[in-house]
Each structure stands twice: as structure tokens, then as C-alpha cells.
Ligand binder design. Sequence first.
Ligand SMILES: Cc1ncc(COP(=O)(O)O)c(C=O)c1O
Length: 453
Amino acid sequence: MKEATACPPDARGAADPAPLDLASLQALDRDLVWHPFTQARTAPPATAVRSARGAALTDFQGREILDLVSSWWVTLHGHGHPAIARAIARQAETLEQVIFAGFTHQPAVELCRRLTALLPGGLRRCFFSDNGSTAVEVALKMACQAWRNRGEPGRGRFLAFQGGYHGDTVGAMSAGVSSGYFKPWKRLLFPVDLLPAPATWLGDATAQAREDAALDQMERHLGRYGDRTAAAIIEPLVQGASGMRMHRPRFLRGAVERLRAKGVLVIFDEVMTGFGRLGALFGCLEAGIAPDLVCLSKGLTGGALPMALTITTDAVHEAFLDERMDMAFLHGHSFTANPLGCAAALASLDLLLDPACAAARARIERRHRAGLAPLVAAGPGASRLRIQGTIAAFQVAGPGRAARMRPWLLERGLLVRPLGSTLYLLPPYCITDGQLDRAYEGIAEGLACGFEP
Ligand SMILES: Cc1ncc(COP(=O)(O)O)c(C=O)c1O
């Protein structure tokens, strides 16, 4: 029998698969692939993308499509960024993966050191996982076990805001149940107390009264259940998936004050809001609040590789320190702290901290204001404009009209994904003024078109 050989020293010569033509690729896709958030019976064929650079995708016909949603909110500095690509390639040559129980490596440690230096003071214990949903599961499980370990198992309730979305795994769905996405799985979910988050917009004169009413309601709720509540999970300042619903820092600070008064752990789900989306590096910094746990993912690696972190305080971490194994946090994923993801995240962080990136984010915000305010003011088709950092959103009048605009805009090379009647832009930071203007013009034209059913 031939002896098993080690890997060839250099497999770079391995042949690429033969390129498919568009028709074959789409036929195979239809036959074999199950796409997320897609009704396969009625969906048009998936757009086949050949490559991507900066803010633009290029499809199989060579057509350019502007990625106005940062490919599900992950792409920070643009597609195919050479610095991130080089960092991944370099890392792949030395250490591509290693078990993270009982082992460690420099990219992981370095990433934790650099990230914790950016976050508010107490947040310094870093737990890696794979995506936004797992970052949330980790936070919920940590909060639950921290109280059990502290000898307060009666603190078992969770609190969330109506309209919050936290991911698609079972715990995350439970916390995000009011986002309306999870009807088929209701029987899997655990109960979560829901309180209103008063969404506001530019020029809204009603915000303060609604905020005060919501804070009063929270106070009443906490008066009854506060000392039985383990944690509250909050998307700070912007509730993304339920329609870019924005609330003011004043409200968030009022809510956190009330939670703290009852000893409730505060979890900020910054899966979407982190890494500069709101202008400031993190929502917690924008609001001036230090939560007890923060969930990070999406922009963490600049959008290059899947990775997540749940970062908490020493006070939470200490509840897990004991001689007994079952007091430890017995949770982990195969690719925990994958070195390639860490290398990409470090390269992305360098780009994020470059003053040019802050300037680009400020430029996008200014451009949104100048480009969208007249468009929303112009007619009855659009209303309730809100802008926070690089995110802009408004309501499109008429049932189903925003959804009907989506394929029309795609035809014109603009990738948007309306959320119900909300049309929003969440572009990568490298997007140019010219590209933004192209987006505003396309949307203005679309709004003028009617799109009646
Ligand atoms: C605030 C928030 N939390 C969690 C998630 C889930 O992230 P993922 O899709 O990576 O599981 C999302 C995804 O959109 C999100 O917006």
C-alpha cells in the first residue's frame, strides 16, 4: 500500500474550475441552491456577480451595480480592498485555523487589545463567534448564566424593544420576535418582555412626548419585573431590520438609567451599528453609554469574512470564575477566532481608524442630507426622512410600492433592499459623491414613476 503523503508544499497550481456561462450558472443555481429570504417559486433568477470593487458589483454581462446596502451591511471600505485581501493572504500562509479552546494566536489577541481600547472603559472581555446571531446568542446565554452563577436564578426574564431584530437563531429570534419575521417558529421561542422604542425622524415634533411616555412605561414595567430581569437587549439608536427606525440618544440614556437602577444587564446589539455606520465608531460612543455587553459582527472584518465578538465587563466575566467546570461558559464554535478573520479585522480596523475614513463618513452624511431632503420634501411619495451617519432612510407611500421599485432600480444598476415601506441607503464608505448622486437621481426618478400595483 502506498504511504499517505503530506500535503504538497505548494498547491497554488491547482486548476480553477471551468468558467460557467450565465445561463448554465443560473440553471444550476435554480436547481441546487436555496437562497436566504427568498420565495423560490416567484423570485426572478438570482443576479450572477462576477466581481466587485469599491462600491460596485459587476455582473456576468459586465454591468455595474452600485451596492447601496453594503452587501447586507457588512462591506465597510468597499469590495476587494487590497489591504484586507493582502492581510488574509499573508495570514493564510502562516496559520489559517486552530482550535481556540486551550490555544491562542497573535491575530486574536491583537484584535481584542485594539478593539477594547476603542470601546467604553469596562468592556474588555472578548468572546469570539461567527456571525451577528451567534454574538447575540452568546450575550443572552452569558447574561442568563451570570445571574445563575451569582446565585440569583430568579433573574430569568429578558427585555427588548418592539421592532428590535437580533438575528435568526432561536434566542435571537425570541429577542427580536416583534420584528415580525418569525411567525413559523413561534413555538420554538422563549418569552421576552417588549417595550416601545419611539422611532423619530427629521423635523418630528412629537418625539419628546412619545419618549417620555415610553420611559414611563418602562419604569412601570421595571417596578414590577426589574428584579426578575436578567438583561435588556437593544439596538442602539437605529433598529435596522425593522425599517431603520431611529431613536434619540436622550431616550436611550433614559432607558439605560432605568435599567441600571434595577441592576438589569444592558446588552447593546451593535451588529449593524458598529464600526462607524452611525458616524461615531460605535453606537455606544455616539450615545455616551457603556453597556455591560456589546455584540459586534458584520463590519468587524470589513465585510471580508464571517466573524463576531461579544465583549463584556470583568464584573460579568468574574461570575464564571470558579473551581467547578459547570460554572464556566461552555459554549463555542468550530471557527472561533479564526486567524484569517482576525487578520482581516485588523486590516479593516487600520482603515477605519485612518482619519480619511471619518472624513468619508462625514461626507456621506452631508451628501445624504443635501441629496435626500429635497427629494423627500418634494412630494407626497416619500416622508419621514432620517439620517444618522452613513445611514439614510425614508418611507415610501403606497402599499408595496417600495418593493416594486427594487427590481426597477436594479435594472438601472442600483442595489437597494427596501424593508417594508422603508427605502434606505447604507453604502460602503468608499462610495463617491458621483455614485451617491446617481443613487439619489435613480430613486427620485423611481418615486416619480408611480409603481401602482
Ligand atoms: C442588529 C442585528 N443583530 C443581529 C443580526 C444578525 O446577524 P447575522 O445575519 O450575521 O446573523 C443582524 C442582521 O441583520 C442585525 O442587524
